[in-house]
Design a protein around this ligand. Sequence first.
Ligand code: GAR
Length: 185
Amino acid sequence: MKNLVVFASGNGSNFEAIAKACINNKIDAKVLLLVCDKKDAYAIKRAELLGIESFVVSPRDFPSKDDYEKAIVDKLSSYNIDLICLAGYMRIIGNELLSRYEGIIINTHPSLLPSFRGKDAIEQAMDFGVKVYGITIHYVDSSLDGGKIIAQKSFEYRGDDIEYLKKRLLKIEHKLYIDTINEIL
Ligand code: GAR
């Protein structure tokens, strides 16, 4: 069985979908840890309910990004990790994490990359009036949402309002992320 660590900053629905897929043997792996950079993130509550340990660490408590990431690397070094899954982790991964884990960090992004990188990708796409939305799972490197693409899934815009569109997207995203993790493992 493989070992996963998931990073999240907010709601954590992707984290929960991955964790439940592991618990239900849909992924032959275990989520060892949730790493979260926001003390009030709902993802932490989800981890608690699933009995998964959280490591909550705020960049504000460190003098630099390197120091913040060193604290995460210190924590992670006690685990034997096969894959790190970013799931709504709203920070660019820096040198400390990349130098240790590049090649085994993947991310999900709510657009068909390379379109609409960065924050509020769905809003960006909606402002453009795009008719085909999508999700991209990619390897993480030092660029913003620019690492090599592993999987993409598109779906048509049906005139939904943005809240409904986000719900549709999350549902498709959860499945794509689980399928992609399985393929990588
Ligand atoms: C997901 O849609 C994910 O793709 C996106 O944040 C959402 C988090 O949802 N990530 C990014 O925009 C990263 N650039 P969740 O917290 O419910 O999993």
